[in-house]
Design a protein around this ligand. Structure first.
Ligand code: BT5
Length: 324
């Protein structure tokens, strides 16, 4: 059943908004015209708008702004990323579910996504606000053949992929703030959380958590982050279709990941630098051991932040909160 559904969505995807005749659909799916009609009704119930015209057939006029597997996979151009999707309306945290699936052997590229998280989290157990239906709350399972200490590079890679996708969909060029934030006009729009399951010398899985504020209004942000957070629609002044953005993110992630596995971090670093506006500027870095002020010189070939203090001493920072 779900296989037929996927084929149907693929057909519409290939048709690019043009009509497909009922006859053709029934041939391609290998089912009766009545069955086709039933599938179309199902899609309508999910919020797809379909136009039906005698002799021409059916075409999709509008896809719903939902983030179920159907919406994401209609028009998805990746090879493996997002080909398996685990969708739920409400979860505690997509990280938690992805971790469990990874443990049970889920394939690389498996995506966990939810409309709402009740216990979304950031780094060091901080809270990540994930209200219903407004943002993208998702986790991708990777199994990279790299040493565990290189895993933080995947955070930077993900930031580049999301920045590129945002630029493609909205025409806004966002700023990447090392290591895991994307800002627009100085406000946080995206947070990335990379969690690793590994032995000392081998990675079992990496769960890349991505939180993207898409269609929230300012009032929809809780008081405590209203001054520091933003959404794409606030910045762009119009609603953004989340599924479209997810497709762009997955496509870019897959491409960059392939490049990364083949050529290492260098090509990613170059792209990263193109989006990192804080480089060359004075920053404050809060690490677990203390606070440091200085000029952000850039990142090393390994993705480690270089900070030059007042005495021209260079510090290599592996993890911190940065204040611009
Ligand atoms: C992050 O942590 O920025 C990583 C956020 C990752 C969220 C995704 S959503 C899917 C997956 N499932 C999860 O449970 N998590 C991942 P950090 O750098 O520690 O930033 C956390 C801080 O960002 C908080 O302390 C708030 O100040 C702020 N914040 C919380 N919610 C926000 C939001 N929706 N938009 C902007 N800022 C937010």
């Amino acid at each position: 059943q779900s296989d037929t559904r996927r084929k149907l969505l693929e057909l519409f995807s290939e048709a690019n908004g043009n009509f497909i005749s009922g006859q053709k659909i029934s041939e391609m799916l290998g089912c009766s015209r009545t069955a086709v009609w039933k599938h179309i009704e199902e899609l309508r119930k999910e919020g797809f708008e379909l136009e039906a015209v005698r002799r021409l057939g059916y075409r999709i006029v509008k896809t719903p702004d939902k983030v179920t597997a159907n919406e994401i996979q209609l028009g998805l151009k990746t090879k493996t990323f997002g080909r398996h999707i685990h969708f739920e309306e409400e979860v505690t945290s997509t990280q938690q579910i992805a971790l469990k699936l990874a443990y049970e052997g889920a394939k690389e590229g498996t995506l966990v996504i939810a409309e709402q998280q009740t216990a979304g989290r950031g780094r060091m157990d901080r809270k990540w606000f994930s209200p219903k239906g407004t943002g993208i709350w998702m986790s991708l399972i990777l199994r990279p053949p790299i040493p565990p200490q290189k895993a933080p590079q995947l955070t930077l890679l993900t930031a580049v992929a999301i920045a590129q996708a945002i630029q493609e969909v909205t025409n806004i060029v966002p700023d990447i703030k090392w290591p895991n934030d994307i800002l627009i006009n100085g406000k946080k729009c995206v947070g990335i959380l990379t969690e690793l399951q590994a032995d000392p010398d081998r990675i079992h899985s990496v769960i890349i958590g991505m939180g993207i504020n898409v269609n929230q209004t300012i009032e929809q942000f809780p008081e405590e982050i209203r001054a520091i957070a933003t959404s794409l629609s606030i910045e762009k002044g119009e609603r953004i279709q989340r599924a479209k953005l997810i497709q762009e993110i997955l496509l870019r992630l897959e491409r960059l990941y392939e490049q990364y596995l083949q050529y290492g971090f260098r090509p990613i670093k170059l792209l990263w630098e193109g989006y990192a506006t804080s480089i060359g500027k004075e920053i404050v870095a809060r690490t677990l051991t203390g606070t440091m002020k200085g000029i952000a010189l850039g990142i090393t070939d390994e993705g480690v932040l270089m900070l030059e203090d007042e005495d021209k001493q260079i510090h290599y920072i592996h993890s911190a909160d940065i204040q611009l």
